[in-house]
Design a protein around this ligand. Structure first.
Ligand code: TPP
Ligand code: MG
Length: 351
């Protein structure tokens, strides 16, 4: 990590932090920093383990931590989260245990999916977090369906759909926004514009001025937010959720981000990114931006910063040790949960 001095300062005043996070803004902003460090630590360790052949695949969310942590903290247990490719940290912040997630990354016998899903595709029903779809964009319309079902059942809650810049070119994005707008579905669309869809830069993805602007034509209010400014992101998500909860219909937020790692462990960005991309992106590092703000506001000092990093390291190491000591799923488990015992139908309805 670079020194905090080299990142863009966060502009939030104490009044703005209070407006975004509420009266316990001090505690919430330090808690957010802890989660961001955990996400960063996981990404670093897992990318290394993938290179060592200890996990099969990994997709990092480095640079997207402010969005993930703000979404995890600003949503309520009633909400449902439909992730794009990089929102696993949202599940952890909402209460999915780190240990269970790491078992999933190793696909061992304690992985709830018993190794049948690719690493980074956790599902966590207990925190209303649906497994990510590798098929780009499909979750957008699924989230709209869930939002409509919640409304029909008079269940409280907003469906939150995440997707990348590339996904805004997929059919499901357009179908999802249109259905949501026409039917007034309680859904928040969160576009993580990290400026790359594997090797395709966002300038080649669209001629729209912003991705948020695409929402307007469907009648969905859309706004672009600096996705590396924790206070701006939290304030935008909390505000949108409150309006949607009150029945004002769907909204879209575009979070402007910088992808600072390869697309996944199967990618080599040196083949297509400009040589100075990573250096340019560093100034927008959301973790260092919040860290530097906390240091400046005396909510963090050298000692507490080191302690938080050590805690994260220890938690991740412990989870990895535990997963590596766990047996793989039993071969016979491959047919578990596949077939439900049913009786043959006794009558065909309507005949
Ligand atoms: C329907 C479909 N088309 C193509 C792919 C291959 N693919 C996997 S990830 C990806 C890019 C996604 O970019 P973006 O939506 O910006 O998300 P990011 O990876 O940047 O988070 C593509 C094209 C896919 N998985 N599904
Ligand atoms: Mg992208």
């Amino acid at each position: 990590m670079t020194e905090p001095a080299s990142v863009l300062p966060l502009e939030a005043t104490e009044a703005a932090a209070t407006a975004a996070l509420g009266n316990d803004w001090k505690e919430v902003s330090v808690r957010a920093y802890r989660w961001m460090i955990l996400g960063r630590t996981l990404d670093a360790r897992m990318q290394a383990l993938q290179r060592q052949g200890r996990v099969g695949f990994y997709g990092a969310a480095t640079g997207q931590e402010a969005v993930n942590v703000a979404a995890g903290l600003a949503t309520t247990p009633d909400d449902w989260v439909y992730p794009g490719l990089r929102e696993q940290l949202v599940a952890l912040v909402r209460g999915h245990p780190l240990g269970t997630y790491v078992h999933h990354l190793f696909g061992d016998a304690k992985d709830p999916a018993l190794g049948r899903n690719m690493p980074c595709h956790p599902s966590a029903r207990e925190v209303h977090y649906v497994s990510m779809s590798s098929v780009i964009g499909t979750q957008v319309s699924h989230a709209v369906g869930t939002a409509l079902a919640m409304r029909r059942r008079q269940a409280p809650g907003v469906a939150v759909a995440f997707f990348g810049d590339g996904a805004t070119s997929a059919n499901d994005f357009h179908a999802g926004l249109n259905f949501a707008a026409v039917l007034g579905a309680p859904v928040l669309f969160g576009c993580t514009n990290n400026q790359w869809a594997i090797s395709v830069p966002v300038e080649r993805q669209t001629r729209a001025a912003t991705l948020a602007a695409k929402a307007a034509e469907y009648g969905v209010p859309g706004a672009r937010v600096d996705g590396t400014d924790f206070f701006a992101v939290y304030g935008a998500i909390a505000g949108a959720l409150a309006r949607i909860r009150a029945g004002s219909g769907p909204e879209m937020l575009e979070f402007l981000l910088y992808r600072t790692t390869p697309h996944s462990s199967s990618d080599d960005p040196t083949r297509y990114q400009p040589a100075d991309w990573t250096a340019r992106a560093q100034a927008h590092d959301p973790v260092l931006r919040l860290e530097s703000w906390l240091l400046e506001h005396q909510l963090l000092d050298g000692r507490s910063r080191a302690a938080i990093r050590d805690d994260s390291d220890a938690a991740v190491r412990l989870a990895i040790q535990d997963a590596e000591a766990t047996a793989p799923p039993a071969p016979a488990s491959v047919t578990e949960d596949v077939y439900a015992p049913t009786d043959p139908p006794t009558a065909v309805p309507g005949r």
